[in-house]
Design a protein around this ligand. Structure first.
Ligand SMILES: [Zn+2]
Length: 199
């Protein structure tokens, strides 16, 4: 129906989450109409993130160096670790301005039905960080979903066994159940952080 390069662009855009065939076509025509400069900037931005962004060696957040900016920041309290599922979950917590500790990004949530087991996540790395000492609290900020809750329970049990000196807390309820952290507004999330309780 379209020239092969246009068809290729539509099909690549259509692979993005939430982008159906019609939206992919609309975006493709937008790009075709755009200045060459703007279109190239988009292509370059995609290439640059793939080339330069990797996972922080300590917390597995996104980083453009060996350690992410938060792990490099000496003012951040290394005794408190907030555990989240995805790098995108760090941003809403940072926006609350309620949290001054460090993070640990699991890379997903436990879901046996989808074949996601503890060894597929950065759980062993978290336990090693806590066992290394100096950590007084681990805040479990996985999503308030079935898989997020199961992940929090699994990690809490492992921490109680292997690092009993560290307190383990969970965000207070009040977050919309079944939703991802990244959709929570900062006031609600800030309250959930302030009201966290031991698990
Ligand atoms: Zn880091």
């Amino acid at each position: 129906m379209y020239a092969p390069p246009v068809q290729r662009l539509i099909s690549e855009l259509g692979k993005l989450p939430g982008i159906g065939q019609r939206t992919a076509q609309r975006l493709a025509f937008h790009i075709l109409r755009a200045d060459a400069e703007d279109a190239t900037a988009l292509a370059d931005a995609i290439r640059e993130v793939k080339e330069r962004i990797r996972l922080c060696q300590v917390c597995f957040n996104l980083a453009d160096e060996e350690r992410c900016r938060i792990c490099q920041d000496e003012r951040r309290d290394a005794a408190v670790i907030c555990v989240v599922e995805e790098p995108g979950d760090v941003i809403p917590i940072e926006r609350t301005h309620e949290y001054r500790g460090r993070y640990h990004v699991l890379g997903g949530a436990l879901s046996p039905i989808d074949g996601i087991d503890p060894e597929d996540l950065k759980i062993a790395e978290l336990l090693a960080r806590v066992e290394a000492g100096g950590v007084t609290e681990v805040v479990l900020a996985t999503n308030p979903t079935t898989t997020g809750e199961a992940t929090a329970l699994h990690i809490a049990a492992a921490l109680h066994e292997r690092a009993p000196e560290a307190a383990v807390t969970r965000l207070a309820s009040g977050l919309p159940v079944g939703a991802d952290l990244e959709y929570a507004d900062e006031v609600t999330l800030g309250k959930a952080l302030a009201g966290r309780r031991a698990v």
